[in-house]
Design a protein around this ligand. Structure first.
Ligand SMILES: Cc1cc2nc3c(=O)[nH]c(=O)nc-3n(C[C@H](O)[C@H](O)[C@H](O)COP(=O)(O)O)c2cc1C
Length: 351
C-alpha cells in the first residue's frame, strides 16, 4: 500500500466515528423471507426465550423463537403462543424446535409443533438433529424452516432436505456448538461456497461491526443469543443478569466435548465440577447426574439466582453485554454500530 493509500484509509477510519443515520430497514433474503425489518435473529434459548423476550425482539424489528421445550405442559406452551401474539401486537414470531440426541425426548417436539401451527405460527428454527421427522407437518402448514447446525456438511444436507434457510454456528456459540471446532466466520466462508438457500451466521456475535462483517461475507442475517441473556425482558433472576454483565469474553468454557456433545457455558463452580469429572474420565451423561440437568439450572440459577449452580449456556459474546437493558436498546445499539461499520467500509471504495 502506498503512503497516499494508507493515509486515505486512516482518514476514512476517523470519519466513521460520527453517528450514521439509521434507516428504517435493511433488506436481505432473510428479511424478505421472514417479513422483518432487520436481519437480526434471536435464537431460541432454553428456559429464557419466552413470550416476553421474543415479543420484544419482534417489536424491535428482528425475529425471535419461543423454545418449545421450555414449557412443562402443552397448555403452558399454548399460553406462551397466545401471550406472544398479544405482546407482539400481532407481528409474526417464531418457535424453536430442538431435537435431542437422546431420541426418547423427541416425540414432544411434534406435539408442540402441531400446537404452534394451530396457534398460527409459521416460522420455525429447528436445531439439534436434522428436522426430518418434522418435515411433513412443517410442509403441510407451509411453514418457513430455518435449520440451525454447526457443520457445513449438515448445512448442505439441510438444504437438500428442503429447508428455506440455514443458520450455521461456529464454536463460539453459547449453548451447544456441536462437535465442530471451526469458528463462525471460517465456517461461514466455507458454507457460502455450497449454499444457495439464505444463510444466517451465529456464534460470538454481540457487536454491530460483526453484523456488518457477516453481511459483507455473504450472510443474509445473524443469529445471536448470549448478548440478549441480560435483557430486561429475559425471564431470569436479577442475580443471573448481574453475573452476565460482569462476565467478560474469557468467562466461558466448553464442557462434555469428550461425549461428542460440546456445551459452552459460563465458567462457574458447577462448570468446574463437571470439568473435573470429565477430566477424571466420566463419559456417560448419567455419571454427571444433576450437575448437567436443565431443570436444575432453571430452578436454581434462572429462578432463584444461585448463579454458581447449573449449566449456564453462554458464549464469549457475553463480554458485549455490559448492562441490564431493554431488548430495544440492545438492538438500537447493534444497528448504530452496524451502520457505522458499514459506512466506513463503503467510504473505503469511494475515497
Ligand atoms: C442461554 C442459552 C440457551 C440456549 N438454548 C438453546 C436451545 O434450547 N436450542 C437452540 O437451538 N439453541 C440454543 N441456544 C443457542 C442460541 O439459539 C444461539 O444459536 C446462540 O446463542 C448464538 O450464539 P451466541 O450465544 O454466541 O450469540 C442457546 C444459547 C444460550 C446463550
Amino acid at each position: 500500500m502506498s503512503m497516499n493509500e494508507s493515509s486515505s484509509v486512516v482518514h476514512n477510519i476517523q470519519k466513521c466515528h460520527i453517528d450514521t443515520d439509521i434507516p428504517d430497514s435493511y433488506r436481505t433474503r432473510i428479511t424478505e423471507l421472514l417479513g422483518i425489518r432487520w436481519p437480526l435473529l434471536l435464537g431460541g434459548m432454553m428456559w429464557l426465550s419466552d413470550a416476553s423476550l421474543v415479543a420484544a425482539m419482534v417489536r424491535a424489528g428482528g425475529m425471535g423463537f419461543i423454545t418449545a421445550r421450555s414449557s412443562s405442559t402443552n397448555e403452558q406452551f399454548r399460553y406462551q403462543m397466545q401471550l406472544c401474539h398479544d405482546l407482539s401486537g400481532g407481528l409474526p414470531f417464531g418457535v424453536n424446535l430442538t431435537l435431542s440426541r437422546r431420541m426418547e425426548h423427541n416425540d414432544i417436539m411434534l406435539e408442540r409443533l402441531l400446537i404452534a401451527i394451530e396457534e398460527g405460527v409459521r416460522i420455525f428454527e429447528t436445531a439439534g438433529l436434522p428436522p426430518t421427522p418434522l418435515m411433513p407437518a412443517l410442509r403441510n402448514a407451509n411453514a418457513i424452516i430455518i435449520h440451525k447446525c454447526a457443520h457445513v456438511r449438515h448445512a448442505i444436507a439441510a438444504q437438500k432436505l428442503g429447508v428455506d434457510a440455514v443458520t450455521l454456528v461456529g464454536m463460539e456459540e453459547g449453548g451447544h456448538p456441536g462437535s465442530n471446532p471451526l469458528p463462525t466466520f471460517l465456517n461461514g466462508a466455507y458454507a457460502l461456497e455450497h449454499l444457495h438457500v439464505p444463510l444466517a451466521l451465529g456464534g460470538g456475535i454481540g457487536h454491530g461491526r460483526q453484523i456488518a462483517a457477516a453481511l459483507a461475507l455473504g450472510a443474509d442475517a445473524v443469529v445471536m443469543g448470549s448478548i440478549f441473556t441480560s435483557a430486561q425482558e429475559t425471564p431470569a433472576h436479577a442475580a443471573y443478569k448481574q453475573r452476565v454483565v460482569t462476565t467478560d469474553q474469557h468467562g466461558t468454557c466448553t464442557l462434555l466435548s469428550s461425549l461428542g456433545d460440546t456445551w459452552r457455558v459460563i465458567n462457574n463452580d458447577n462448570a468446574r465440577k463437571v470439568a473435573a469429572m470429565e477430566q477424571a474420565g466420566a463419559r456417560r451423561y448419567s455419571e454427571f447426574g444433576d450437575l448437567i440437568s436443565g431443570a436444575r439450572t432453571n430452578t436454581l440459577a434462572y429462578q432463584k439466582g444461585q448463579v454458581e449452580e447449573g449449566m449456564l449456556s453462554m458464549g464469549p459474546a457475553v463480554g458485549f453485554a455490559r448492562a441490564v437493558e431493554p431488548v430495544a436498546s440492545i438492538v438500537d445499539r447493534l444497528k448504530q454500530e452496524f451502520m457505522d461499520a458499514s459506512t466506513r467500509y463503503r467510504q473505503m471504495f469511494t475515497a
